[in-house]
Design a protein around this ligand. Sequence first.
Ligand SMILES: [Zn+2]
Length: 182
Amino acid sequence: MRAASSLVVVLLVLITVWTTGACSSGSVGSYRSASVRQTLAHSLLKNPRVGLANFHVSGRRDSATAMDNMRQAERGAPSMRSSYQRAPGGSVYLDIQMLWGMHYLTKSGWSYRVTELAGGSHSKKSSHYRGLAFDVDYINGVKVGRGNRHLRGFMWKCRQLGAREVKGPGTPGHSSHVHVEW
Ligand SMILES: [Zn+2]
């Protein structure tokens, strides 16, 4: 709880700086958004409701697992993409709106495990490669699949938090995970 309340304080300060428009130069602007990304990544790494896979479902090993990606964001670095199969390699900054969404999901009581952020191999022009999507394979401790009773509520909440695309069982290629995209 202490970590949660200190996060709120940090974010309130950041929001105050924003709304008062204390600084207006572009470089300071990107510095501010970097701080928000780092703060959110730090909070998500500590959040017991968020699991971050330290492996790829494909079995490939690299520095682009969900856990790696979040640690890179916490350091203020871009997150690594994989470079196998269709994955293009390189790196990308995780989207701040997506990180907010991940944070607010837990505030609404959801817990989930993230299997991929920017890493892994997805379809050719996947939004994962742009830092805009995450995949989930467990919701409230239950494996994602057609019979998962948490599925509908979780997917609804993602949309309510601004995700523009949410796909799960019933969509080809998504029988065992939910794709959430900002
Ligand atoms: Zn996905």
